[in-house]
Design a protein around this ligand. Structure first.
Ligand SMILES: *Cc1c(COP(=O)(O)O)cnc(C)c1O
Ligand SMILES: [Zn+2]
Length: 401
């Protein structure tokens, strides 16, 4: 059994109500389970494959989900970068290894399954790219039409390609992500489409499983959990999930939740540094990490709680620091991620260099999306291939052999 509860005033709503914000106070809603009634057999989870659906007792979907086999992503030990930073227990959970190449798939398998369970016949989102790629694929899988709104000119090529190929109706608006989200929210309310941005409480239920998997893969709770922060849904979701494991008696402490933003788009970092409870939106967010180019994160209130309640922190990294870490992950560790994803590890590099991290800490950085999502930013950073005549002599001289 579960219900929707306002994160601000605790008003409750029936789980089958199509509602994204509290009627009383306008804040977001979260799914609340009767954890006492849930018989979770830890041993049974261990027998299931590592995936979002291993944890189905604490997910809202009843019956067969619409799935592309999401989750079960690798947790890599960052040996070389860890050595450089003096952090022997540094790990990256590679969410780029999901079906459409980002963690959004965890949210969409649950979100689109719920759309169908609730009898909705079409879905929509605003997106910096990955949400639209994922929703388009899951809507195709579920056989329902899908509308996506993108900020014109600010979405990485791979992501647009996915949304188009999976058959979404793709609309580019002359405005930023924050405006696209306002517009799609209005469209969904007025025309009955099901909204699958991270204001949707069910989508975040799927995303919380990143934390569950990391705990299962490490065999323990990490000391610190580091995520890039855009709309702040993911960091809030992971925190919520770990609180549930704690309430179920499956873990006995929480990691320090740590959010990393880009310097040109850092309202959450500012709120933490200045100890504000309400965010001051960044009117013109700008960063090469387009997935976190968000000036007014809708889940910020929850993220601030997650960071403060666990003794975590928030930090900002420059575009240069992000791109440098993207190259280091690729070349030192063999891990290919998109710029926003490198922000989490770049943030740890920065915090470690400042001396804010204990060397014994066991740290899990979520790297959120795949290298191939944004090929243009990759090509801009690398030398183009050397073109030569098709003979061995030219090859040897090109290789300087
Ligand atoms: C969506 C996304 C983020 C930001 O996640 P939020 O939940 O919006 O904070 C970060 N990185 C990538 C690759 C994403 O697709
Ligand atoms: Zn409320």
């Amino acid at each position: 059994m579960y219900r929707l509860v306002c994160v601000h005033c605790a008003a409750t709503y029936a789980p089958d109500q199509i509602i994204y914000t509290c009627n009383r106070c306008g804040h977001l809603l979260a799914v609340e389970y009767d954890l006492d009634d849930i018989e979770v057999f830890r041993g049974e989870w261990d027998r299931r494959p590592l995936s979002v659906w291993r944890y189905r007792e604490i997910l809202p979907v009843r019956g067969e989900p619409i799935s592309l086999q999401e989750g079960g992503t690798p947790l890599y030990h960052l040996k070389e970068i860890g050595r450089e930073l003096g952090l022997p227990e540094l790990y990256a959970k590679h969410e780029g290894m999901n079906p459409t190449g980002s963690f959004k798939d965890r949210g969409m398998t649950v979100g689109v399954s719920m759309a169908c369970q609730l009898g909705m016949t079409s879905v929509a989102c605003a997106s910096t790219g990955n949400t639209s790629a994922s929703l388009a694929a899951y809507a195709a899988r579920g056989g329902i039409p899908c509308v996506v709104l993108l900020p014109a000119g600010k979405v990485a090529l791979g992501k647009v390609a996915q949304a188009l190929m999976h058959g979404a109706r793709v609309i580019s608006i002359r405005g930023n992500f924050d405006r696209a989200l306002e517009m799609v929210h209005e469209l969904c309310i007025s025309h009955g489409l099901y909204l699958l941005n991270s204001v949707n409480p069910y989508r975040l239920e799927g995303q919380k499983t990143i934390g569950f998997e990391a705990v299962d893969q490490l065999g323990d709770v990490p000391d610190r959990f580091v995520l890039p922060v855009g709309n702040a849904g993911n960091i809030s979701a992971v925190y919520k999930g770990l609180r549930e494991l704690e309430a179920l008696g499956l873990i006995d402490r929480l990691p320090m939740m740590t959010g990393i933003q880009a310097a040109g788009s850092q309202p959450v970092v500012k709120a933490i540094e200045e100890n504000l409870n309400v965010l001051i939106p960044e009117p013109e967010p700008e960063t090469v990490a387009t997935a976190i180019r968000i000036g007014a994160p809708v889940n910020a209130e929850k993220a601030l709680v997650a960071i403060r309640a666990t003794g975590g922190t928030a930090a900002a990294v420059t575009d240069d620091e992000i791109l440098c870490m993207q190259r280091d992950l690729a070349r030192m560790e063999g891990i290919g991620v998109e710029p926003a994803s490198a922000a989490s590890v770049a943030g740890i590099r920065k915090l470690a260099e400042e001396g804010s991290i204990d060397r014994d800490e066991r740290i899990v950085c979520v790297v959120t999306g795949h290298l191939l999502k944004d090929p243009e930013t990759v090509v801009r950073q690398c030398e183009p291939p050397l073109e030569i005549d098709a003979d061995l002599h030219s090859l040897l001289s090109a290789l300087r052999l």
